[in-house]
Ligand binder design. Sequence first.
Ligand code: HEC
Length: 173
Amino acid sequence: MLPKNFEKSLFMITISPRVKVNMRGVEMSVEGREEMRKVSVLIAICFVLALVLSLMGQSQQNQNALKNIMTQVDPAWTSLQMNLDSGNAAGVATDAAKLQRLFDAADRFFTKMNMQQPAGWAKEEAAAAGAAAKAAKAGSVDKNAKAAIGKCKQCHDVYRQKNQDGSFSLKRQ
Ligand code: HEC
């Protein structure tokens, strides 16, 4: 138990029967000391756990950012191909501008992840989409733009993996 002379004051906080804090400091018995040590270890474990969880959350958030980009790339790409085939310059301009923005976002994503190769590919596709949008705005539709913008497989083959449940995720090299 606590030493007999432990001063009881208005500001005394009881952590446990063996550990009490008053205005002069902390007073504790030997068992109290052991108790505090356990509490410290517990607090340290909680900190580490919180750190791990927050890192895991961050990585999940990153994953979702790319998924969000790709699910928008998909319909824009389908629409662009159709508009290129039918020679619809206004449609090409809209779709290509959208793809340019999305691949720019993908470039930023991969750059942030320190993945230079896919970042470079995304940058190239953003540039090709930008050029196609510009030409279409001036009224010319270039079917060859398909090859430059549609290098989806090149990147997917290396950086995309199919999970057992059929969903896709980023494959870190
Ligand atoms: C520079 C790399 C890169 C390029 C270029 C790229 N992708 Fe992706 N894509 C990925 C990665 C990595 C994933 C896996 C991420 C995920 O789905 O969570 C992915 C996932 C996808 C998905 C699955 C989304 C989902 O999770 O349901 C679709 C659809 C897709 N891409 C379409 C396209 C199309 C269409 C193009 C070309 C016009 C393209 N991508 C170009 C890297 C790329």
